[in-house]
Ligand binder design. Structure first.
Ligand code: MG
Length: 261
């Protein structure tokens, strides 16, 4: 990384080097000593509505096609259904994931439980957004998608939960048949060269614009059975779940991501 010194800082550094220690102690700190001028944050044009992708977003689904997605099982083109600008889960086709891989990012995704949904608990509109897919099946870190409008289940497995690890701070679920939003900040875990965890994964989640996970520190991948643990990775796709429950398949739209440093 290049280091830019302002002229005043450079001058201060020169003076500091030239002046003996006793004299240095009398130099008064100035406001500009702690001013940082570069690098300047990138200028981004926000959208007119808060849900449309901003200018620097990578659009993962804009209602037209699944060009950004593949089947997890064999990396063939994703076979979920695109119709009228909406992506609907094809349960027989299995999970799909992005072709691109990501580290830290901001994600926007919208989802809808069908109005005529049946079933109860985990078998009522179950899907999921895996914030990092670390392998086949359900390997990775799942932000649960489920009908949570008057549908009782374990709270660390309801919509807005980081599956079996983080209970949502609120339940802002809309009725089946209405579109809902997730806005996520994902901070990927960092691993040492020996595979041990250097820093944990963190997730912040807004559900229908309500904060439901506040910089939550994950204990590892989200598991159906057993205690979570970490598995080293560097970058990973984002994965959507084709859950095997018998209720009608759910839908997604307007999916975009902004990579973060
Ligand atoms: Mg799920």
């Amino acid at each position: 990384m290049r280091i830019h010194l302002s002229p005043s800082l450079a001058l201060a550094a020169l003076i500091t080097a030239a002046v003996p220690l006793s004299a240095q102690q009398t130099i008064k700190p100035r406001p500009e000593d702690t001013e940082v001028w570069e690098p300047e944050p990138m200028v981004v044009t926000p959208s007119a509505t808060c849900t449309a992708p901003p200018s620097d977003a990578i659009v993962l689904f804009d209602g037209k096609n699944l060009d950004e997605w593949v089947s997890v099982a064999d990396k063939s083109p994703a076979k979920w259904i695109v119709e009228d600008g909406v992506l609907t889960v094809n349960k027989k086709a299995g999970n799909i994931e992005t072709k691109r891989t990501f580290k830290n990012y901001q994600l926007h995704i919208e989802w809808k439980i069908p109005e005529n949904i049946t079933g109860s608990g985990q078998a009522r509109g179950n899907s999921g957004v895996f914030l990092a897919s670390t392998g086949p099946g359900d390997a990775g870190y799942e932000l649960q998608v489920l009908d949570a409008y008057r549908n009782k289940t374990y709270v660390n497995g309801m919509a807005g939960s980081l599956y079996k690890q983080a209970i949502p701070l609120a339940n802002p679920s809309r009725k089946p048949g209405e579109w809902q939003t997730y806005d996520v900040v994902w901070t990927a875990p960092v691993f040492n060269t020996d595979g041990s965890v250097k820093t944990s994964a963190y997730a912040t989640v807004f559900f229908n614009s309500v904060l439901v996970e506040n910089h939550f520190e994950l204990k590892g991948e989200t598991l159906y059975i057993g205690k979570p643990s970490y598995k080293p990775y560097t970058t990973a796709p984002i994965k959507l779940q084709a859950h095997g429950d018998p209720s009608a398949p759910i839908s997604f739209r307007n999916i975009w991501v902004r990579e973060l440093p």
